[in-house]
Design a protein around this ligand. Structure first.
Ligand code: SAM
Ligand code: CA
Length: 220
């Protein structure tokens, strides 16, 4: 028994997956295809996809945002958890990666739910604000370039309704956040946002040690 978060061994992690992961065939196929890419470690962990799908169901989300699509795993997990009329405003800049994503969304029958915008995410989110969509989204997942995390967070705070949930990925950044030797732009940006969120009175927070760390921030 422990009242501290466990340091998962490989075997315990395998056990966790063996008794809880319900990955659909289509998500599994996408994970396997992505595994062949040199950038495959950008993809979220399958148990995290399942957790995010549960969050979407729990919050009754309908309108969602994704900042950082890559080959589409997190968007697919969210899209399949959304109701029929649910929507994802999906932001990425890579035609190459998102062409894989589109293929899988098509196969899963969720293409109608994904509004993919190939442009810098700040532009897409600012456009949504200019189009009068502030306080209309229910859920957002932030997982693109880390140096702009704080900016994406601010834009999502503006776009989400009170009670809406923002999930921020890689907040433990492979442990780099506690390594004083790591002073690169990405690590510093993640540390700064983590620190800022601790005292950000606009949101309720929890930093969940799933995969590479996922902070949940609920708009008050
Ligand atoms: N959520 C994805 C998944 O589940 O597989 C992984 C996202 S990956 C870590 C980050 C993505 O952010 C890449 O596909 C990259 O092209 C995209 N990206 C990088 N800079 C961006 C920017 N300025 N605006 C939008 N997307 C960007
Ligand atoms: Ca990530």
């Amino acid at each position: 028994m422990s009242n501290k978060t466990l340091n998962l061994t490989e075997q315990l992690q395998q056990y966790l997956l063996s008794v809880s992961l319900r990955e659909s065939e289509i998500l599994k196929a996408l994970r396997e295809e992505t595994a062949n890419l040199p950038s495959a470690n950008m993809q979220i962990a399958p148990e995290q996809g399942q957790f995010m799908a549960l969050l979407v169901q729990l919050t009754g989300a309908r309108n969602t945002i994704e900042v950082g699509v890559y080959t589409g795993y997190s968007a697919l997990a969210v899209a399949m958890a959304l109701p029929e009329d649910g929507q994802i405003l999906a932001c990425d800049i890579s035609e190459e990666y998102t062409s894989i994503a589109r293929r899988y969304w098509e196969r899963a029958g969720v293409s109608e739910k994904v509004d993919l915008r190939l442009a810098p995410a700040t532009e897409t989110l600012k456009e949504a604000i200019d189009a009068g969509r502030s306080s209309t989204f229910d859920f957002a997942f932030i997982d693109a370039d880390k140096e702009r995390y704080a900016e994406y967070f601010e834009l999502c705070v503006e776009l989400l309704r009170p009670g809406g949930l923002i999930a921020i990925d890689n907040v433990l950044w492979g442990g780099s956040v506690i390594d004083p030797q790591k002073q690169d732009v990405d690590t510093r940006a993640i540390r700064a946002l983590n620190q800022q969120l601790l005292s950000d009175k606009r949101v309720d927070i929890s930093m969940v040690p799933i995969a590479d760390g996922l902070t949940l921030a609920r708009i008050k």
